[in-house]
Design a protein. Structure first.
Lengths: 289, 804
């Protein structure tokens, strides 16, 4: 379990990192929580590692007008503890508690989780839920990608070999929106067998905006659009969550692996969706008590 | 010394007690902890030597295949590589067989590296020696093996059929042994029993998974044509003996040392090809060779455990009295019969212990061990009994449910009673008096069993799933020579020897052949020696885990070290104490009978006349004027102890679980153990062993499973997929100790290191089954993963829907 030989370069700016990436077989290393095990298993054998940990500009969580921008080098633990995120997007901290264990949360980064694109991971789901925009810097241009553009397949994204994910930008959520996240994993900290996040805005007793995102049940993060359409515009009092949660399964084709079959994952989806919807509704201004 | 004033210390017992303190039974803090907790421990991986080279093994990616050719040229050419070796390079080493006099047993032949064919994924095929491990692994990637895949029968039932692909052609079958244990008339009694319950139970394969993976450093002694093997092993003595033969070196020139070892759980209790390989290469190269297993190799090549299919039936009368038990066990033993324990170890224990602590007049246990293309199974904490207790305790609960009797009452009715000991169960195991019913009663009363049943009724009324599971078991520990010969192995595990000496400075060193790998033996043996000799525990240096320090001894496994090692410590200390007293009687001019020892002093009871151990030693070894020559006895003793039979340890575990009816997540709510391990040497250590054992049992019950697919490929090759319990999955554990009647060994000790793992799978399986009982389903397969629970519950719900 030792990696194959590689060349190591440490970049101190995005432009320098982009320069170092001009190579046939280079890979960025940030927190190393996915890449290093893959290198030790020799499943990944990059010839060159470009270390971006010294690029200060990627470590910020900041407000840009009404938007929230999270730099790609922000660690899961920092996102979990951030007062700004706690105030503006509390669902992020709620989800971070499910990310692996303390040591991994201290090292692992937002950008690393997004480019690794494990379908069960929390960050891809959050980007889908919160209509986030993934910012990718390349030698020629800067690109802004929504979740459905960025995530292509399990462990496959739209990022080029010569590009860096620099940040993810979240627009201001609808005012008074309630949010919630939950997942089911085998052990505390394991990848989710199924995960769900919900965001709901209620005005005058009517659901104005509703988003439900799912993880662990598809090629990447999935939005439960049939459910969203069904509920948007409905009076809250007319909604029985238990009755409609099944709609979240529409179109899903989860995978079967060692830990959970597709059938079990499909069984978990309405359960989780029901729970996060109830919680989000309870948290929404003007929602249920 | 002789002119000390005579002053009475006072007639009360307190004074004598403080002059002669007791340490056995006290919560003495672990003497090894300061070293281990400050990073001063020395594990095998910490050992370095001048010009040391590193080994890496190429392992089979095939479960069953012929090796047509191996091309090592490119690997040999890599800069930094010392050599690349295949089976032919070890041709001088005899084939390894685990012999046994057991009838109808077939030993397998195993070579250091696979020659001609491989029999499991992970079997070593070639070894690279290089300047560092990185280069060694780079070289592995350059070795090309041309395989001819052979047919695979990966599951033991298909491998047992005539015509199944043979792993060992020369044996003509994959069945390595078959045995039957029978008492009474099991067929007739079962047929006539008013009630019967039965099931097909499955316990899946597990890894012992010590936190320190297997590690070996072989250091040649070129000056003496000798060799020292440092290794993470539980059995340095057994290794020294077998390696002496394999390497053709007298025992005086080969030494096996287990330095600090980070857990074993049985996985470091057998002979491994890597141990032989590093020794042979160190001798061939004249350089120290190091190999440290990585976690993937550990999962793929360390001996595995608990892999059985058990069909069992229990017959009983209207009152719940047990009449007959029948069990048929098919053990999936993997590719080789492991040295020295043989393939029979685990599956035979299942049928040996299936009747458990119960009065069952009629019994038949049939067992066969089948070779499959998987790593060899070997000892794993609990050996056989986690499976047998799982099956028997499930059957007891099923029987209780069948009759509508409370499970605790069902057990109480059938447990061997106080006046029935010694009791011989249907397999021939004899239980000496141990607190069977007492532990059950203690557990029920401590946990508030009646209250829990009330809680359960309320939970059910509210639609919540809540279950209570009991497991009562007995195990035979501290096994002496009469029992240890039964499996017919050519080694003796039934005795232990202690050598204790007081050196010329008065310091005490006690040497044992046990090999602590987390059991706290440096503390508990020191407590025993200290109390018997009359010094403080911290004054006793325990030497163990070094074959060079003892003539014979096997190591630490099978819950034997407290009973055998502790027994040897007592008998040897007493011989030495008598010598010290005789010497002191000269120095103190008092009768030997009046002399006592304590706190490092030797004194005349009831007086303040005393000498220190250092003064006694000085008189014996250094001051040639102090004693008449005939009174100069060397202050050392060496005695062996043989418990002859075994001693019974028992416990009742009670688990309560909550199951989320929607997600089917299981959480263990309470976990309580009431156990009788005789006289405790150190309650801190006993609690720690129970906690660790239960944690491993939680793994067996809910999480841990080595999955192999139908082609013999390992699917759980890393700790992302082989899921062990973490702190979050292990509940707080309440432990209560009982001492009903002390066994007849010198210390009154019973072995208890494995019990936690034996009771927990059954207790948790019963608790889950109890929670699910309104659905009419129960657990028959462990671990109960979320997926298995989902299948079980879906099946029940579909059945209910169909019936509607």
């Amino acid at each position: 379990m030792k990696p194959a030989p590689f060349e190591y370069l440490r970049a101190t700016s995005v432009s320098e990192a982009l320069e170092f990436l001009q190579h046939d077989d280079a890979k960025i290393i940030a927190g190393g929580q996915s890449l290093v095990p893959m290198m030790n298993f020799r499943l990944a054998q990059p010839e060159r590692l470009v270390d971006i940990n010294a690029i200060a500009e990627l470590t910020e969580i900041s407000e840009d007008g009404a938007d929230i921008v999270i730099g790609s080098l922000v660690r899961h633990a920092e996102a979990m503890r951030s007062p700004l995120l706690a105030r503006r997007l509390p669902v992020i901290a709620e989800a971070m508690r499910h990310v692996a264990h303390l040591a991994i949360r201290n090292r692992g980064t937002v950008g690393g989780s997004l480019v690794h694109a494990d379908p069960s991971a929390e960050w891809p789901l959050l980007v889908a839920l919160l209509n986030g925009e993934i910012i990718v810097e390349g030698p020629e241009e800067r690109r802004y990608l929504a979740a459905e553009e960025f995530f292509i397949a399990p462990l496959v994204t739209d990022i080029g070999e010569d590009e860096i994910l620099t940040a993810v930008r979240f627009p201001e959520p609808p005012s008074g929106a309630g949010m919630a996240f939950d997942e089911v994993a085998r052990r505390a900290g394991d990848f989710a067998m199924a995960a769900s996040g919900a965001l709901v805005q209620v005005e005058g007793g009517v659901i104005r905006d509703l988003r439900v995102a799912l993880g662990g049940v598809g090629d990447g993060p999935v939005r439960a659009s049939a459910l969203e359409e069904e509920l948007t515009g409905k009076p809250v009092d007319a909604v029985s969550v238990a009755d409609i949660a099944e709609l979240a399964c529409e179109g899903l084709e989860p995978m079967t692996d060692l830990h959970a079959s597709a059938e079990y994952r499909l069984h978990l989806v309405p359960v989780l969706v029901g729970r996060v919807l109830e919680t989000a509704l309870a948290r929404a201004a003007g929602g249920r008590a | 010394m002789n002119d000390l004033p005579r002053k009475p210390l006072g007639p009360d017992a307190d004074a004598l007690a403080s002059a002669r303190p007791k340490y056995v039974g006290k919560a003495v803090q672990r003497l090894e902890d300061p070293r281990l907790l400050t990073g001063a421990g020395r594990y095998t991986a910490d050992i370095r030597a001048d010009r040391m080279v590193h080994a890496a093994f190429l392992r089979s990616e095939q479960a069953h295949a012929r090796i047509k050719s191996i091309d090592c040229e490119a690997a040999r050419g890599l800069p930094g590589v010392t050599g690349v070796y295949t089976a032919a390079d070890f041709a001088g080493i005899p084939v390894i067989k685990a012999p046994s006099r057991m009838r109808d047993y077939r030993a397998t032949s195993c070579t250091v590296l696979a020659s001609e064919k491989v029999r499991y994924v992970g079997e070593p095929v070639a070894v690279v020696i290089a300047r560092d491990r990185y280069i060694a692994e780079d070289a592995l990637a350059l070795i090309e093996v041309d395989w001819e895949p052979l047919d695979v029968a990966a599951d033991p039932e298909s491998a047992a059929y005539d015509g199944a692909p043979l792993l060992h052609d020369e044996l003509g079958t994959n069945i390595l042994f078959e045995r039957v244990f029978e008492t009474g008339e099991p067929d007739d009694a079962m047929a006539q029993a008013p009630h019967r319950v039965s099931g097909r139970f499955r316990m899946h394969r597990k890894s012992p998974l010590a936190i320190e993976p297997r590690s070996y450093v072989a250091e040649p002694d070129r000056a003496n044509d000798g060799l020292t093997l440092y290794g993470s092993t539980q059995i340095p003595g057994i290794l020294r003996d077998i390696l002496s033969g394999l390497l053709d070196l007298p025992g005086s020139r080969i030494r096996v040392v287990a330095p600090d070892v980070g857990g074993g759980f049985g996985g470091k209790g057998s002979l491994y090809p890597e141990e032989i390989a590093v020794c042979a290469l160190a001798r061939r190269l004249g350089r120290t060779v190091k190999w440290v297993s990585d976690r993937s190799e550990d999962l793929a090549s360390t001996s595995q455990g608990f892999d059985e299919i058990i069909e069992a039936e229990l017959g009983f009368d209207d009152d719940g009295a047990l009449i007959a038990l029948k069990g048929r066990v098919t053990g999936d033993i993997g590719a080789y019969s492991i040295y020295p324990w043989t393939a029979a170890l685990e599956p035979v224990q299942v049928v040996s212990f299936l009747p458990g602590p119960y009065r069952i007049p009629h019994y038949r246990g049939e067992v066969k061990g089948v070779a499959t293309p998987k790593p060899p199974t070997g000892p794993y904490r609990g050996v056989g009994r986690p499976a047998s207790v799982f099956v028997t305790e499930r059957l007891i609960d099923m029987a209780a449910a069948h009759l509508g009797i409370d499970p605790a009452g069902m057990r109480r009715k059938n447990l061997v009673a106080e006046d029935e000991f010694p009791y011989r169960i249907g397999s021939g195991i004899v239980w000496d008096r141990s607190g069977f019913a007492e532990c059950l009663d203690e557990a029920c009363s401590r946990i508030g069993y009646e209250g829990l049943r009330k809680l359960q009724r309320e939970a059910r009324a509210a639609g919540r799933w809540y279950g209570i599971g009991i497991a009562t078991y007995a195990e035979l520990t501290g096994i002496g020579s009469r029992i240890s010969v039964a499996p017919g192995m050519p080694i003796n595990t039934g005795t232990e020897t202690a050598s204790i000496r007081v050196d010329s400075t008065g310091a005490v060193t006690a040497t044992f052949a046990v090999a602590s790998h987390g059991q706290s033996l440096e503390t508990t043996l020191a407590q025993i020696v200290a109390e018997e000799l009359g010094v403080r525990p911290e004054d006793v240096r325990i030497v163990q885990g070094d074959s060079g320090a003892t003539s014979h001894g096997t190591g630490t496994y099978a819950s034997r070290s407290a009973v055998l090692g502790g027994g040897a410590a007592i008998v040897t200390s007493r011989v030495l104490r008598d010598k010290i007293k005789r010497v002191a009687s000269h120095l103190l001019e008092a009768a030997v009978e009046d002399i006592e020892t304590g706190n490092g002093r030797v004194f005349v009871a009831g007086t303040d006349k005393s000498v220190t151990f250092a003064e006694v030693a000085h008189a014996v070894y250094s001051d040639m004027r102090a004693l008449p020559a005939e009174a100069r006895e060397n202050l050392e003793a060496s005695e062996s102890y043989d418990p002859v039979t075994g001693t019974t340890t028992t416990a009742t575990h009670i688990a309560t679980v909550r199951i989320d009816p929607e997600t089917l997540a299981v959480s263990i709510d309470r976990y309580l153990v009431a156990e009788d391990c005789g006289r405790m040497i150190n309650p801190l250590v006993v609690d720690g062993q129970v906690h660790g054992g239960v944690a491993q049992g939680v793994g067996a019950a809910l999480l841990e499973e080595l999955s192999y697919d139908e082609t013999g490929q390992l699917l759980t090759g890393s700790l992302a997929d082989y899921t062990v319990p973490t702190a979050a999955e292990v509940p707080p554990i309440e432990v209560f100790h009982l001492e009903t009647e002390l066994p007849g060994n010198p210390g009154g000790f019973r072995g208890m290191g494995e019990g936690g793992t034996i009771g927990a799978p059954a207790a948790i399986a019963n608790a889950i089954s109890d929670a699910l009982s309104p659905l009419g389903v129960g657990v028959t397969e462990l671990p109960v993963t979320p997926e298995r629970l989902f299948r079980l519950v879906s099946e029940a719900r579909n059945k209910t829907d169909t019936e509607k």
